[in-house]
Design a binder for this molecule. Structure first.
Ligand code: KIV
Ligand code: ZN
Length: 560
C-alpha cells in the first residue's frame, strides 16, 4: 500500500545510507563469512523477486530455438534454482509456445508461471488458457510506449495506446489477480506519457509495473532515478520491476540501480542471454546482491546459489550458446588464477583474490564420480544425484556412451558425465538423426575422407564425402546423408575438463533460409565431437523449419 509519499509499504522503508569502508579500512575483515562482511545473509526484511525470462526473452536470441521438452527441462531446473517467477513463453505466438507454456504450468511447481501477452483481448484470453492449470499464475501484458515504437511499429497514437492498456490489463484482471504490465521501450518514452500509462495500468489492477529498458539505453544513475520517480509519482498497490537489456553492457548495473531505488523485482536470464546483447544475467544480479549486502541491505533473494553453475551449463547446452570464459560468476575462468602472485595469494587464503567462494555457486571443482568399473546402477544413481532423470532408450544410449568414454578416459568427472548424458538426452528430445558410426581418414597430404552411418526412426542412411581436413569431411558426409544444405556460421572447440584425455566440447552454428541454429557435441576425439555437434545442429534446423511453418506471431510483433 502506498504511503503519502507514493511509496508502497513494502518499498517504503528507506534504505540504509551507503556505507563505504574508509581509507585503509578492510572491505572484509579476517574471519568473515565466505561472502565477506558485506554478504547479504538472508535476514534482510524485503524479498527481491527473481523473475526469470530465459524461456521467453532469452529464447528470442538469434539462433536459439528450444523444443517443448527442452523448455520443460530448463523450467524444472529453474524451479530447483529457486526463482520466484518463470516467464514460460508468449502463448499466442505459436501452437508450440502455447503447448510448452501449458505443459510447464501443469507440471512445474514452486515458482509462479507467467505468460506474455499483447493487449488484445484474444491474446490475453489465449495466455490465460495456457496458464489456467498452474498452481500460481501471472499474465504479463505489454505494449510499446516510446514515440519510435508507437509511430513506426504500432502505427498508433498515444491515446490509442492508452486505451489498449486499459483494455488489456482490465481483461487480464478478469482472469487472474497477479498482473504485470510493461510499457515497452520505457526508457525512451516521455516521462509524462509513461506516468499516464502506468497510472492506467494500476487503475485496471496491475500489481507489478515492469520498466523495460528494451534497447539497453539506460545509464545506472539515470535509470535508478526513473525508478525513484515512478515510486514517488504513481500511487497504488504495486511493486516495481526492472527489465534491462545489455546493449551498452549495463544491464546488470542498471538492474542493481533499480533495486537500490526501490524496485523489488528484477527480470533476468540465465547467462544473460536474450535479444541482441542479451538481458541482465540472473547469476550476476543475484550474486551482487548477496555479496554486497552492505549496498543492498533492504533485500534478499530466495535463490539456491549452489544451483547456478549447473543451471548455466544446462542453458548453454540446450541453447547452444557457449558461456564466455571470462563470464562473471559462471565462466570457466571466473575462479582461475594465472599470475604467480595471484596463485600464491589464493593458496595462502582464497579471499586474497576471490570475493566469491566457488562452492557457493556450485563450482567447487569436478569430483571424480565414476570409473571404468562402475556399473549401470552406480551410473543411474550418479545421474539422479546430479538431478538428471533419464529413462528408456535415452538411458541405454547414455550408458553406452559412458562405457565407451570410460574405455578412453581414466577419470570421469561430474562435468564429463553431465556433458555426455545431456547430449544424449538432447538427441532423444529432438528425435532426429542419431550418429551410428563415423570413419575418417586423412593426413598432411591430400584430401580427407569420411563415412557416416546415421539412423532415424528405425531406418539407416549413410554417406561418404571428401573434405579439407577430417572435420570438414565428416560434416560434409552428414550434410549429404541428411540432405541438408546449410552454411557454417560458427565453430568453437573447448575442453570440458583439463588433461590430454579431456572431452572436447564443440559448438557449431548453421544458417539455412535465414534460420540460425546451433548444436553441441562432446567426445575425447575432436572429429567425433564435431560430427556430433554438426548432427545436433542439423536436427535442430529440421525442427526449427517445421516450427517456423507453425508460427503465428513472432515475439517481436507488438502491434495489435
Ligand atoms: O524488452 C522488452 O521490452 C520486453 C518486454 C516484452 C517486457 O521484453
Ligand atoms: Zn526484453
Amino acid at each position: 500500500m502506498n504511503d503519502d509519499t507514493g511509496n508502497t509499504s513494502e518499498q517504503g522503508r528507506e534504505q540504509a545510507p551507503t556505507v563505504r569502508p574508509g581509507p585503509g579500512a578492510p572491505l572484509y575483515a579476517a574471519g568473515d563469512t565466505d561472502a565477506g562482511a558485506g554478504a547479504n545473509n538472508g535476514d534482510a526484511t524485503e524479498k527481491l523477486v527473481i523473475f526469470d525470462t530465459t524461456l521467453r526473452d532469452g529464447e528470442q536470441a538469434p539462433g536459439i530455438s528450444l523444443d517443448p521438452p527442452e523448455k520443460m527441462e530448463i523450467a524444472e531446473q529453474l524451479a530447483r534454482l529457486g526463482v520466484d517467477y518463470i516467464e514460460a513463453g508468449f502463448p499466442v505466438s505459436s501452437q508450440g509456445d502455447f503447448d510448452s507454456v501449458r505443459a510447464i504450468a501443469r507440471s512445474v511447481h514452486g515458482p509462479v508461471i507467467c505468460g506474455l501477452s499483447r493487449t488484445h483481448v484474444s491474446d490475453v484470453d489465449r495466455c490465460y488458457e495456457a496458464l489456467r492449470d498452474a498452481d500460481m499464475a501471472r499474465i504479463h501484458v505489454f505494449i510499446s510506449t516510446s514515440p519510435e515504437h508507437m509511430e513506426y511499429m504500432l502505427k498508433m497514437s498515444p491515446e490509442q495506446v492508452l486505451r489498449e492498456v486499459h483494455t488489456g490489463v482490465a481483461r487480464a484482471k478478469e482472469h487472474l489477480e497477479d498482473i504485470e504490465f510493461s510499457p515497452q521501450d520505457a526508457t525512451r518514452t516521455s516521462v509524462d506519457f509513461l506516468f499516464e500509462v502506468l497510472n492506467e495500468a494500476v487503475l485496471q489492477g496491475a500489481t507489478t509495473l515492469n520498466i523495460p529498458d528494451t534497447v539497453g539505453y539506460g545509464i545506472p544513475w539515470d535509470f535508478g532515478q526513473l525508478i525513484s520517480l515512478i515510486r514517488r509519482e504513481i500511487p497504488g498497490d504495486y511493486i516495481i520491476s526492472t527489465h534491462c537489456h545489455n546493449d551498452l553492457g549495463l544491464a546488470t548495473a542498471n538492474s542493481l540501480a533499480g533495486v537500490q531505488s526501490g524496485a523489488r523485482q528484477v527480470e533476468v536470464c540465465i547467462n544473460g542471454i536474450g535479444e541482441r546483447a542479451g538481458n541482465a544475467a540472473l547469476e550476476e544480479v543475484v550474486m551482487a546482491v548477496n555479496i554486497r549486502g552492505d549496498q543492498f541491505p533492504a533485500v534478499s533473494t530466495s535463490i539456491n546459489t549452489e544451483e547456478l553453475a549447473r543451471t548455466s551449463r544446462l542453458v548453454s547446452r540446450l541453447t547452444g550458446y557457449p558461456v564466455q570464459y571470462n563470464k562473471a560468476v559462471v565462466g570457466r575462468n571466473a575462479f582461475a588464477h594465472e599470475a604467480g602472485i595471484h596463485q600464491h595469494g589464493v593458496l595462502s587464503d582464497r579471499r586474497t583474490y576471490e570475493i566469491i567462494d566457488a562452492a557457493t555457486v556450485g563450482l567447487q571443482g569436478s569430483q571424480i564420480v565414476l570409473g571404468k568399473h562402475s556399473g549401470r546402477h552406480a551410473f543411474t544413481a550418479s545421474l539422479e544425484k546430479m538431478g538428471i532423470h533419464a529413462h528408456g532408450d535415452v538411458l541405454d544410449q547414455a550408458f553406452r556412451r559412458f562405457k565407451d568414454l570410460a574405455d578412453r578416459k581414466v577419470e570421469i568427472t561430474e562435468a564429463d558425465l553431465e556433458a555426455i548424458v545431456a547430449e544424449e538426452i538432447g538427441m532423444g528430445v529432438v528425435e532426429g538423426y542419431v550418429l551410428e558410426s563415423l570413419e575418417v581418414s586423412g593426413g598432411t597430404e591430400g584430401a580427407a575422407r569420411a563415412k557416416v552411418v546415421l539412423s532415424r526412426a528405425g531406418s539407416r542412411v549413410d554417406a561418404t564425402a571428401e573434405g579439407n581436413g577430417m572435420i570438414d569431411a565428416a560434416c560434409k558426409a552428414i550434410g549429404l546423408a541428411t540432405s541438408t544444405d546449410a552454411e557454417l556460421a560458427g565453430f568453437n572447440v573447448s575442453s570440458v575438463t583439463g588433461g590430454i584425455d579431456a572431452l572436447g566440447d564443440v559448438v557449431i552454428q548453421l544458417i539455412s533460409d535465414g534460420i540460425k541454429v546451433s548444436g553441441k557435441g562432446v567426445s575425447t576425439d575432436v572429429v567425433e565431437a564435431s560430427a556430433r555437434a554438426y548432427l545436433a545442429a542439423v536436427n535442430r534446423l529440421i525442427r526449427a523449419k517445421e516450427r517456423n511453418r507453425e508460427q503465428l506471431v513472432r515475439p517481436g510483433d507488438t502491434g495489435p
